[in-house]
Design a binder for this molecule. Structure first.
Ligand SMILES: Cc1cc2nc3c(=O)[nH]c(=O)nc-3n(C[C@H](O)[C@H](O)[C@H](O)COP(=O)(O)OP(=O)(O)OC[C@H]3O[C@@H](n4cnc5c(N)ncnc54)[C@H](O)[C@@H]3O)c2cc1C
Length: 306
């Protein structure tokens, strides 16, 4: 219920204005977002890499409505990639891209062209791109664009969401040699016709999908903070004889950092997803929707500023 309310608020420009201008918001945002500028992203990356982690960087922005915005997002990724290469942070750091930020909602060809430019820059910088997955109305278009990008840039990563009923079958399609696939639960509000609704069903689907990916020929990227799923991931790594170079765990910036360090200490590859930029509203609301305790954290920040 709370999740639905917060996800509905994530699409409301009125609530966005309220939250963005509230004095307490800065502290909350700082926990989940590395900062507004490219230099903030580079600083956070340097710190994580020094701690033995890998990184994927997300320049925040989605639902872009004009070609100018889409091209500006592409240009920021190009600047970021050259900054990462110049700082010696590739290949440890790669980038995550939302096609909606590159124009997918109004011009698929533009989104593809922009994504291709980012993939070419990532190749030149010695690293890779992963295409984030958004709501289910974009899944086919995103997988089509992924297939086209992989012709020239085979290292381009996909994201599959365990809450979608179709995902186990998508995992089978994508579990091929060299195919990088991030498996997550899924962060959007989806109808019952396409997505499992209960946490138990989503978790069971995650395990089925994980089995397909870990027993397949690709490179699985297990994106979850869920202690049970992480333990199952460790178990499957042993069972399918996948050493740390043949799969990775992924978590979000600011969420369970001690667990990230524990896994690094165990010798696993752990990649932190680091968002930056000033378009943090939709991202922050999805994080709040995932966990009621984060709403309490938000509330405490409000009270402490009163
Ligand atoms: C690297 C990465 C990339 C992602 N990319 C995408 C994407 O492209 N598309 C998409 O739809 N979704 C994406 N997600 C989000 C994902 O779909 C889930 O919404 C999110 O990861 C929460 O699910 P969970 O597996 O962590 O399990 P949950 O069941 O949400 O949480 C399990 C436990 O993890 C901890 N935890 C989880 N979330 C939080 C939080 N916000 N704050 C504090 N503790 C928390 C708590 O201990 C909780 O009990 C991504 C997630 C990660 C880690």
């Amino acid at each position: 219920m709370l999740r639905s309310v917060i996800l509905a608020a994530s699409r409301s420009s009125q609530v966005e204005r309220l939250v963005a201008t509230a004095p307490f918001t800065r502290d909350v945002v700082r926990r989940f977002v590395a900062g507004a500028a490219t230099d903030d992203a580079l600083r956070a990356t340097r710190e994580l890499v020094a701690d033995g982690q890998a990184v994927t960087l997300d320049y925040l922005g989605e639902d872009t409505t004009t070609p100018e915005q889409a091209n500006a997002t592409r240009d920021e990724y190009l600047t970021l990639l050259s900054g990462l290469a110049a700082a010696g942070l590739t290949p440890a750091a790669e980038v995550s891209v939302k096609l909606s930020a590159l124009g997918q909602m109004f011009d698929e060809q533009l989104a593809y062209d922009n994504a291709r430019a980012i993939c070419a820059a990532a190749d030149a910088a010695g690293t890779t791109v992963t295409l984030d997955m958004e709501d289910h109305t974009t899944t086919d278009s995103t997988l089509d664009i992924l297939a086209k990008l992989r012709k020239d840039h085979p290292g381009t990563g996909a994201v599959l969401q365990a809450y979608l009923r179709r995902t186990e079958s998508d995992c089978r399609e994508l579990a091929s040699a060299g195919s990088r696939v991030r498996l997550c639960k899924g962060a959007y509000k989806e109808p019952e016709s396409v997505a499992y609704q209960s946490a138990r069903e989503v978790d069971k689907s995650y395990v089925r999908c994980m089995n397909v990916l870990m027993s397949g020929d690709g490179y699985p990227m297990l994106a979850t903070h869920d202690p049970r799923l992480i333990a199952i991931g460790e178990d499957r790594a042993r069972w399918f004889d996948r050493d740390p170079g043949r799969f990775e765990f992924q978590m979000l910036y600011g969420i369970r950092p001690e667990e990230q360090q524990r896994l690094v200490g165990e010798g696993y590859t752990v990649r932190t997803y680091v968002p930056y930029g000033d378009q943090w509203y939709g991202y922050l609301m999805r994080r709040l929707a995932e966990r009621p305790a984060n709403v309490a954290f938000f509330g405490r920040a409000v009270l402490s500023k009163k």
